[in-house]
Design a protein around this ligand. Sequence first.
Ligand SMILES: Nc1ncnc2c1ncn2[C@@H]1O[C@H](COP(=O)(O)OP(=O)(O)OP(=O)(O)O)[C@@H](O)[C@H]1O
Length: 248
Amino acid sequence: MLDSTAVPSRLEMTDGSVEFSGLKALDRVSLRLDAGEILGLIGPNGSGKTTMINAITGQVPLTSGEVRMDGRVISGLSPRRIALMGVARSFQIVRLFNNMTTLENIETAPLAHGESRAAAREKTDRLLCEFGLERHADDLCGTLSYGDKRRVEIARALAAEPKFLFLDEPAAGMNQAETDALLEILRALPAERGLGLLIIDHDMSLIMRLCRRLQVLSSGRTIAEGSAEEVRGNQDVIEAYLGSGADA
Ligand SMILES: Nc1ncnc2c1ncn2[C@@H]1O[C@H](COP(=O)(O)OP(=O)(O)OP(=O)(O)O)[C@@H](O)[C@H]1O
């Protein structure tokens, strides 16, 4: 049970900038994510979405600005430290240990967090069941379908019991039935686990079905924030997507 009197965790980037050899991938962007909510981060190709996740999780350094978790500055810490503090992610391109089984891949997360083998195994078994992966428990991850690999990656991220989870195109490569099943799991996570979920996706129907609040990036800047309806009707958003030639 969640303690309803506890102040929910909050992750905040304030005026974050990231430069790559002079290119401003992020330009003074602020973002807030509270435990218990799902935020959709959208924008045309190259608008800075993945860089935003990389900056918060410590994979790329901020040129200026800061990231705080519950008031404590975490920018500048190593990705491992940030992960241990409760910020987990999946990658646009799945990163699993292909020569390890599904069970072993998921189990690495609680073991890396210092849990006993028995506790790690119990947690892994529950996640295998929740994600419908039991029949693949002993299969090497390299042999799984792309959709199954994505599910293993998300299950592994959850096995670390994060406070915040960032998913970069979680349903990429899944068919409609798999996508729908994943959506049901994702939708329940904030309430069930009290975590804050940030989802990046180009699939607007997925984003609209999952997220109450959206933030839109274009050329490294925030151009709109609000509900799906507010964002959809925003002129800057329409122009950004038209300019990129992508579907809004
Ligand atoms: N490691 C890097 N080195 C140099 N430039 C980079 C690097 N990572 C990203 N960029 C550039 O930064 C900008 C933002 O890229 P980013 O991947 O964050 O965008 P995105 O919104 O996630 O795009 P997509 O929707 O295509 O995944 C792009 O111009 C990209 O080419």
